[in-house]
Design a protein around this ligand. Structure first.
Ligand SMILES: Nc1nc2c([nH]c(=O)n2[C@H]2C[C@H](O)[C@@H](COP(=O)(O)OP(=O)(O)OP(=O)(O)O)O2)c(=O)[nH]1
Length: 142
């Protein structure tokens, strides 16, 4: 029997002016070329929100306020089962800077499904596209 470990991952749907930051995974990484929500693996001592705050600081060199959860979804890849929890996030300072992604695009919810998303991301993309009001709530810090 094949044992599949569960990899707990958090992703940020960063909102700006009615659009969401979509990021393309860089070459040489797992799932290279697929579009994703920036983020990464939750370390054992971390909360999901704490991990997301740290990952965004590391990956995009910016600060976010982690707002409401979009959804949690699982997908069995050949390297393991990824359980992705996605949160709406708001920028609290500088704009994001690319460090490891190939490209980023700010898209309106209706345009997001056209990208080639990592399979586990599909649920969150569909939820945001079908419920654009999710991203219309302004940050509490503005
Ligand atoms: N950050 C992020 N990872 C995702 C998403 N969708 C998805 O399948 N993944 C996968 C890719 C990775 O296998 C894992 C997240 O780990 P990570 O972002 O820390 O990836 P990493 O570059 O450190 O890991 P790796 O390429 O060495 O496996 O979850 C997503 O929307 N955001």
């Amino acid at each position: 029997m094949t044992q599949h470990k569960i990899i707990n991952v958090v992703g940020a749907a960063i909102v700006r002016d009615g659009t969401v930051l979509c990021a393309q995974r860089g070459p040489g990484k797992s799932l290279a070329g697929y579009w994703e929500f920036p983020g990464g693996k939750i370390e054992p001592h971390e909360t999901a929100r704490g991990a997301l705050h740290r990952e965004i600081e590391e990956e995009l060199l910016c600060e976010v306020e982690v707002a409401q959860e979009v959804c949690t979804n699982e997908y069995a890849y050949d390297f393991g089962i990824v359980r992705l929890t996605t949160f709406i996030c708001h920028l609290t300072g500088d704009a994001p800077h690319l460090t490891e992604h190939a490209e980023i695009r700010w898209l309106h919810p209706a345009d997001m499904p056209a990208l080639d998303w990592a399979p586990v991301d599909q649920a969150a993309v569909d939820r945001i596209a079908n419920h654009p009001e999710l991203i219309s709530q302004e940050s509490t810090q503005r």
